[in-house]
Design a binder for this molecule. Structure first.
Ligand SMILES: C[S@@+](CC[C@H](N)C(=O)[O-])C[C@H]1O[C@@H](n2cnc3c(N)ncnc32)[C@H](O)[C@@H]1O
Length: 320
């Protein structure tokens, strides 16, 4: 389908106001391009450890929106509303160049485009399959995990997720209580449940994780009561710590970036039973040493195993 794409060139300062004006007049799904570096919180949520070099931020932003010429939306009327909205905003903020370029594009479905690259695949004897795909005949006997991450992280394709899945296979026992920090789509918690765990408690900073986990529990036909998810940071939020509970977990898994694992490892032992394991990944090889040193400095843990896939590292430790 061909969409009309409209790109407004404005200032970075005006982007928030322009976005909410677009929202108010009924424009859905915008795309923002600027040279503002991502914040620390954004990079953690997006799982980017090394940021690309950006040209300097000169305060210019491009905000694009898409209109379907075959829908009921009258494009001319919508563009009049856009201009009226911009006139109003110009009284409060500098709109910069305020030019609108028009082009045509085949596809505006960037939220769903990745789905064409997500096909069933195996991690040893586990089959991970998008919810919308059929089970391949040759994998019918494998342990099945069905996933639709939505806009949360976690299709299972990432090396770090696979490293954690292999460690879960080694350590999860029937009836175990599992803590999944940075749960994303819930793929690790769901794998633990499929491996026999009794219950999972998940946390994530991204609220999309909450709905993704619930939907994926349903797709995997597991009682939703077995996987509780809470939005928040177990590192520094007392409520999240208390909701997770103390001295109770048999396995803890956290597939987050090294810069989160390092502060996190200090907080986790209080939630674990003695002798149980903490599986971590999300560690790029150049940060392996820093993570190992952090664990070595923590008297609560002893190192069990380090595993590798591509340039990614997983560190598993045991609570003494
Ligand atoms: C790489 S994804 C892992 C998702 C899934 N567990 C997997 O293995 O595919 C990391 C997740 O951790 C979340 N995250 C980052 N920092 C966090 C923190 N301090 N506490 C909880 N979640 C966090 C991100 O929002 C993201 O969903």
């Amino acid at each position: 389908m061909k969409w009309k794409k409209f790109t407004l060139t404005t200032t970075t300062e005006a982007v928030d106001l322009v976005s909410s004006m677009f929202d108010e007049i009924g424009i859905e799904g915008i795309e923002i391009e600027d040279n503002i570096p991502l914040t620390e919180a954004e990079t953690k949520g997006m799982f980017i450890d090394i940021l690309p070099e950006l040209p300097p931020d000169e305060g210019v932003a491009r905000v694009s929106f898409y209109l379907d010429p075959d829908s009921d939306t009258n494009i001319e009327e919508m563009l009049i509303k856009v201009e009226e909205g911009l006139d109003e905003l110009s009284m409060f903020t500098d709109l910069g160049a305020r030019t609108i370029e028009t082009s045509e594009t085949e596809d505006k479905d960037w939220i769903n485009n990745w789905k064409q690259y997500f096909k069933p695949f195996t991690v040893d004897d586990i089959l991970i399959k998008p919810t919308w795909e059929e089970i391949p005949e040759e994998h019918k006997e494998k342990l099945l995990i069905e996933i639709d991450p939505g806009t949360a992280f976690g299709t299972g394709q990432h090396e770090t997720t696979q490293l954690c899945i292999r460690q879960l296979k080694k350590y999860v026992k029937p009836g175990d209580l599992v803590l999944d920090v940075g749960t994303g789509s819930g793929i690790l918690g769901i794998t633990a449940l499929k491996l026999g765990a009794g219950e999972v408690f998940g946390t994530d900073l991204d609220e999309n994780a909450i709905t993704a986990v619930m939907e994926n529990m349903e797709s995997n036909h597991i009682d939703p009561e077995k996987f509780k998810v809470l939005k928040g940071n177990i590192i520094d939020d007392k409520e999240v710590k208390e909701a997770a509970g103390f001295e109770k977990y048999d396995v803890v898994v956290a597939n987050i970036l090294a810069d989160v694992i390092i502060p996190l490892q200090k907080e986790i032992p209080v939630h674990m039973k003695k002798g149980t394991v903490f599986i971590t990944s999300g560690i790029i090889n150049m940060k392996e040493e820093a993570v190992k040193q952090a664990f070595a400095a923590n008297d609560a843990f002893e190192l069990v195993e380090i595993t590798y896939q591509g340039e990614w590292v997983s560190v598993t430790v045991r609570k003494k």
